[in-house]
Design a protein around this ligand. Structure first.
Ligand SMILES: C[S@@+](CC[C@H](N)C(=O)[O-])C[C@H]1O[C@@H](n2cnc3c(N)ncnc32)[C@H](O)[C@@H]1O
Length: 347
């Protein structure tokens, strides 16, 4: 629209937009689920969605919350760090326990969901003296804390991977189920989208990424079929994979390839390795860390770093066994199924 057009004065309110109509009884598309997007106005709809084992649109359910609170033992006055704010479910539970007197520093690289979560937590009564959010990769936590809280934190949480909001919004391009641009960046303002990366990558590094990031057994065969090709949408990539593997394997192959590409373009393993390396310097003596992982590549790295820290005396105790969601949580929130929790205590 031309700003000088007298028919559309610059300060005119935008033309009213019609709410998208349901195509049937149950809305399928993310933008049609308008009741789920307004939980305060439609609590019954949200309750039904939760009862059906689904995550209401635009939200994320915190996983292993009671177990995380038990291992981190937050107390009033604690300085806490949430490396992965997401929808803020864990953050809010921590805030409730560290106030009065405590402070939660939360990070997330996502410039779209981060400000929304910050606004929700502010509306819930957490002002900047108790809660701060930084749009930042947790790989930079060491430098941030050195300037801000050199004595280290009493507790730290990292809930790795992507949030339900990122997965469910088709425009973010993470979802196999709904078509969208093949993007997959947690921070869409930086780096290459998944489509651009696949269009540039050579077969060898792609095969390595498929193996290292998702243990993909068909890596050697799939890499030459995918590398250097343009897949503009999530559906285009999923269809190419479906055509390339036996039908019985297709869903799992698609899930693993999406995971491998996502990990690669977001530099997830290098960020995790940096965080694990700097973790001891981020914790006060006796400080506790909890890591929630969702696949073997993440869990292997956390386990190895904690074991090494225990051997060298950096940590005084670590989890003997992983903590996993019980049957009730897995039933109520199927996205929790692959979660594994490990913790460590700074000496
Ligand atoms: C599983 S969600 C966290 C959910 C959150 N615990 C809650 O209760 O809603 C993971 C979040 O971590 C963020 N994230 C992933 N890698 C990150 C990194 N290296 N630095 C900062 N944030 C990251 C993602 O953008 C996403 O919002």
């Amino acid at each position: 629209m031309d700003a000088a057009d007298p028919a559309f004065p610059a300060d005119a309110p935008p033309p009213p937009r019609r709410r998208p109509r349901y195509r049937g009884k149950n809305p399928r598309a993310f933008h049609e689920k308008y009741k789920e997007h307004r939980p305060d106005q439609f609590p019954e709809t949200v309750r039904k969605v939760l009862a059906s084992g689904k995550t209401p649109a635009g939200t994320h359910r915190p996983i292993l919350l009671p177990e995380i609170l038990e291992v981190l033992a937050p107390q009033p006055g604690h300085f806490a760090i949430d490396c992965t704010l997401g929808y803020g479910g864990h953050a809010e539970a921590l805030l409730r326990r560290i106030t009065p007197g405590g402070h939660l520093l939360a990070l997330d690289t996502d410039p779209i969901e981060g400000p929304r979560t910050e606004a929700r937590l502010r509306a819930a009564g957490y002002a900047s003296d108790t809660f701060t959010w930084e749009r930042r990769n947790f790989a930079g936590l060491g430098a941030l804390l050195a300037a801000r809280q050199p004595q280290g934190a009493d507790l730290l949480l990292a809930d790795l991977g992507v949030s339900s909001m990122q997965l469910d919004v088709p425009e973010r391009g993470f979802s196999v189920k709904t078509d969208g641009p093949l993007d997959m960046r947690m921070n869409p303002q930086r780096g290459l989208s998944a489509a651009d990366w696949l269009a540039k990558v050579r077969p060898d590094p792609l095969a390595r990424a498929l193996r290292d990031n998702a243990d993909e057994p068909h890596a050697a065969r799939l890499a030459p079929l995918l590398a250097g090709r343009l897949f503009p949408t999530t559906r285009a990539l999923a269809q190419a994979l479906r055509a390339a593997v036996p039908a019985r394997d297709a869903d799992e192959v698609i899930r693993r390839v999406f995971q491998a590409v996502r990990i690669e373009i977001n530099g997830e393993f290098s960020a995790l390795e940096t965080l694990l390396r700097t973790l001891p310097g981020c914790l006060a003596p006796g400080g506790r860390a909890a890591f929630l992982t969702f696949h073997s590549g993440e869990d292997r790295r956390v386990k190895a770093a904690f074991k090494e820290g225990l051997r060298t005396g950096t940590y005084s105790a670590i989890a003997d066994e992983v903590i996993r969601p019980g049957p009730a949580e897995r039933r109520e929130n199927p996205r929790s199924t692959s979660a594994k929790l490990r913790w460590a205590k700074r000496a």
